[in-house]
Design a protein around this ligand. Structure first.
Ligand code: PAZ
Length: 346
């Protein structure tokens, strides 16, 4: 059994919360937005430890199992409005897509780094941790002891075995984030570490990352007080587009799959295509907020669109759409690895 993973808590503000202005407010001309971002925002205090554990995880699979590694991002990032954070902006994502996909990646032979919003859904425990699925509802009391309700025991045994197998084989590494800053720093570090396995790395970016944020240079240290105007006006800036960096320099050989969420069906495909031409990565999975659990569209750089839809029968059998998405992604990843092999032997 691998040693138990250490828990990091990302939801509490950093202990040292003073605003660091030592880097100045004016970036050197010529830096890209992404470079400016990392120069003007502090790395999370726990990052070095997580990097070390990630290196061990990647090295273990590179040397021992030879498994491909999927970095799955999941859940929503927050945008703090104060350094000692009382208020923050958040989004709807519960991490269902990410946690469910992580399970199917494991079933399909991948090792998984699960970069997730702390307290959002996790692979395996997700079956019992949602508020409408309280784990206590699965228990009964018998002779003064707690037991699993026999009605659910068979199903739970299946989940338990898969969970224990993932643990025993050291195939699942959980890494939390809360804020958009923690997410960006951690993603950057992990991508650089994953260069070790070249094309065997797969990025599956299902997290709902904030598009706007409050730069640390303008963040008040303490709780925002009532304003004389009776209003609170928040002036946010655009989060730099890190996907370009990921593709160009953080993980140039990895296969990169991003998600595109829209609420208007008529623009979904166009937005997916725009993302592919802007970032030059390998796959966009488009989904609509309203129907994301029942249908998605896989869009490739050459314009192919493959819809994956649950049939009525699938729905009645409680088939999860991720069980269909992951084999399709795995297939594309195999093609990606082959194309690199051909390039290197040509
Ligand atoms: O976490 P969840 O299952 O509730 O939602 C998943 C999702 C819609 C956030 C994901 O499928 C997705 O589209 N992520 C990318 C969002 C975006 O930045 O467009």
């Amino acid at each position: 059994m691998p040693p138990p993973q250490k828990n990091y808590h990302t939801a509490a503000p950093e202990p040292e919360t003073a605003i660091d202005r030592s880097h100045g407010d004016f970036p050197v001309a010529g830096d890209s937005d992404e470079e400016v971002y990392f120069k003007t925002h502090k790395a999370p205090s726990y990052l070095a430890e997580i990097e070390e554990q990630t290196k061990q995880f990647v090295e273990y699979h590179a040397e021992t199992t030879g498994k491909r590694i999927a970095l799955v991002t999941s859940g929503g990032t927050t945008v703090p409005l104060e350094n000692n954070t009382v208020r923050f902006i958040d989004n709807f994502s519960a991490g269902t897509r990410g946690a469910t996909s992580a399970e199917y990646f494991l079933e399909n032979g991948y090792a998984v780094i699960f970069l997730h919003r702390e307290f959002s859904l996790l692979p395996y425990s997700r079956h019992y941790s949602h508020t409408t699925n309280c784990f206590l509802d699965y228990m009964i009391e018998k002779d003064n002891k707690v037991e699993i309700n026999p009605e659910f025991a068979d199903e739970m045994l299946v989940v338990l075995r898969k969970y224990q197998q993932a643990q025993k084989s050291n195939s699942l590494f959980l890494v939390p984030f809360t804020t958009v800053n923690q997410y960006l720093y951690t993603l950057k570090s992990m991508s650089t570490i994953l260069q070790r396995i070249h094309t065997k790395a797969l990025f599956y970016l299902a997290a709902a990352v904030s598009d706007f944020f409050l730069p640390s240079s303008r963040m008040p240290q303490h709780k925002i007080q009532a304003q004389p105007s009776g209003k609170l006006v928040v002036d946010l800036e655009q989060v730099p587009k890190f996907l370009r960096r990921l593709v160009d320099s953080w993980a140039p050989q990895a296969m990169i799959v991003s998600f595109k969420l829209e609420t208007d069906n008529s623009i979904l495909i166009k937005k997916a295509k725009d993302a592919l031409s802007r970032y030059q990565h390998q796959l966009v999975i488009g989904n609509l907020l309203q129907s994301r659990k029942n249908e998605v569209v896989i869009v490739t750089p050459n314009g192919e669109q493959e819809w994956i839809r649950l049939t009525e029968e699938d729905k009645s059998k409680k088939v999860e759409i991720e069980s269909l998405i992951i084999p399709a992604v795995k297939h594309k990843h195999e093609e990606w690895m082959k194309s690199w092999q051909q390039k290197s032997t040509a």
